[in-house]
Design a protein around this ligand. Structure first.
Ligand code: ADQ
Length: 503
């Protein structure tokens, strides 16, 4: 079966475009994420709607939600009041579901007002989906911000086919159970016909939660839950990176030149790289401490390497994130003050979002990628690093607590809490022979390249009973993100625009 006449109704917290002021006009630009790059072409070929939260800060002359009625698909941005949005997003999404799913119970704040507004905002999404979808359409819900949507859509329009993909980990039942609304969340998710996670472990945890918390019969072998008269299917479908984009960029002369200049300006033998959203789950602080152990152990050749860490601002309004930012700043400062020699400093740390071109140049320039999250659903940076090493050089060190580790056995796998071991593994990566590096990277590349973001879209829809021709998904790294996107269709009056953060 092909997708046929079905249109796609995509729901995600953040929309696929950001807005910017160009010559006093608001112009939409495509967001940098791989998800948008993969889904946009499918939406274009099938038609449909992307529904997201209108997270632009309120302003006196705020334009109505951007919509492109003339294009092959439209965009609906849902405005919420500031208080509701804050409880839904900063509150329940980021201070309840995010920490509990990553196993950080101490970071959770179980506030009933958060859940009340989460339910309300989810209901706005659900109503918008039901308004947009015709009987034949597919509603595809993304991530933990919208866990109640599948159940709400099923109540409002039982005939609609709903799919859910959960981008973060799903914790063991005894952890999930600590959340006072665990049962409501599970029931909401079970409104979907198909639920996807990155790994088989998360599938097992979810099934276990359905059995333990809801008392439902589950069939682990078939990945099925019996929920009333329905049998929602639960599968593992690991997301891939936007490989074509990074592979293409990393071969571009301009990007290679940038990588070369970077290496020259840093003036070291080896560059170790960390790239993350600034989040406590990413283990940046622990990485710095492991690097300090490395510096102490190998004091004779210290200035031969540098750790380049780029952190993109994220959730800056949440107190824990502001605190973490300060701790990371202070630790980088302390290490640089303590271990600097002449003009050499051990850590080059920057706190900003960078373009994909610069990211590809950094990946290409780095001898070692040190990807050590304390817990991560997948981690696309690890896959992007591999996609950018077109000459099969470079060493990947990856945390065993990231979903990515399951598919990357040729990487050097570490426990990010074991700082001594991380430091020793870094030494091992630096001393690795070219032959071993090449063999490992070749194996990693063949897997990362074949299971890219387009594979993931096809695979997930196939599991839902639809098939997509390869030509229906994105081909080529065609349009770099950030280039104005069909400006004529998108120009709106100027509103007050804020600085965007990641996720
Ligand atoms: P994230 O937690 O955001 O995603 P990740 O998968 O690593 O984590 O994706 C981060 C993305 O941001 C990458 O595509 C990377 O290129 C980009 N990025 C990181 N730092 C950047 C910087 N300084 N400037 C610009 N871009 C930067 C969530 C889950 C993950 C899961 C993904 C996809 O937490 O576990 O892999 O969704 O499902």
């Amino acid at each position: 079966m092909r997708l046929g006449p079905s249109r796609l109704i995509i729901l995600s917290n953040r929309g696929p475009y950001t807005t910017a002021v160009v010559r006093r006009r608001v112009v939409a630009r495509r967001s940098a994420g791989g998800l948008v790059a993969a889904l946009e072409p499918v939406l274009r070929s099938q038609g449909g709607t992307w529904i997201a939260w209108d997270d632009r800060p309120p302003g006196r002359r705020r334009p109505p939600a951007l919509t492109d009625e003339r294009g092959p698909f439209s965009l609906r941005l849902l405005p919420f009041s500031e208080a509701a949005a804050s409880n839904y997003y900063h509150g329940f999404s980021n201070r309840v579901l995010w920490p509990i799913c990553h196993g950080f119970l101490d970071k959770c704040r179980f506030d009933h007002v958060f859940f009340r507004d989460y339910m309300r905002c989810n209901l706005e999404f659900s109503r918008a989906a039901v308004r947009e979808a015709s009987r034949r359409d597919i509603v595809w819900v993304h991530d933990y911000h919208l866990a109640l949507v599948p159940g709400q859509v099923r109540t409002l329009a039982p005939h609609l086919r709903t799919l859910l993909f959960w981008h973060i980990p799903f914790p063991p039942a005894w952890v999930f159970k600590a959340m006072p609304w665990a049962r409501e969340i599970l029931e909401g998710m079970l409104g979907a016909d198909l639920i996807g996670f990155h790994t088989q472990d998360y599938v097992r945890h979810f099934l276990e939660s359905c059995r333990v918390l809801l008392g439902l019969p589950v069939n682990e072998a078939r990945g099925e839950v019996q929920f009333g008269r329905r049998h929602p299917r639960i599968i593992a479908c690991p997301i891939g990176a936007d490989v074509e984009a990074f592979d293409t960029l990393a071969r571009r002369p301009g990007v290679l030149l940038k990588a070369h200049q970077l290496r020259k300006s840093l003036g070291v033998d080896q560059i170790v790289l960390g790239v993350d959203r600034l989040d406590y789950t990413k283990g940046i602080l622990e990485r710095f401490l492991a690097y300090e152990i490395f510096l102490k152990k190998h004091s004779q050749n210290r200035s031969r390497q540098v750790l380049v860490q780029v952190a993109v601002p994220s959730r800056t309004r949440v107190h824990d994130y502001a605190l973490l930012r300060r701790q990371i700043d202070e630790t980088a400062g302390r290490l640089n003050a303590l271990y600097a020699e002449g003009s050499w400093v051990p850590i080059r740390y920057s706190y900003r979002s960078i373009s994909r071109e610069s990211l590809a140049a950094l990946y290409a320039a780095a001898d070692v990628a040190l990807i050590t999250p304390l817990r991560d659903g997948m981690n696309l940076v690890a896959k992007e690093y591999v996609a950018s090493h077109t000459r099969n050089d470079g060493v990947l060190i990856v945390s065993e607590l990231a979903g990515a580790a399951e598919e990357m056995e040729e990487a050097l796998i570490v426990n990010p809490y074991d700082l001594e071991k991380v430091a020793d593994t870094l030494r091992r990566a630096m001393d690795m022979t070219l032959k071993e590096k090449t063999e490992r990277m070749q194996a990693l590349r063949s897997r990362v390249l074949s299971r890219d973001i387009n594979w993931w879209v096809r695979e997930f829809l196939r599991a839902a009973g639809f098939s997509l021709a390869r030509s229906d998904v994105h081909r080529g790294a065609a349009r770099p993100a950030g280039v104005p996107f069909e400006p004529a269709a998108w120009i709106q009056p100027v509103g007050r625009l804020g600085v965007r953060e990641a996720n």
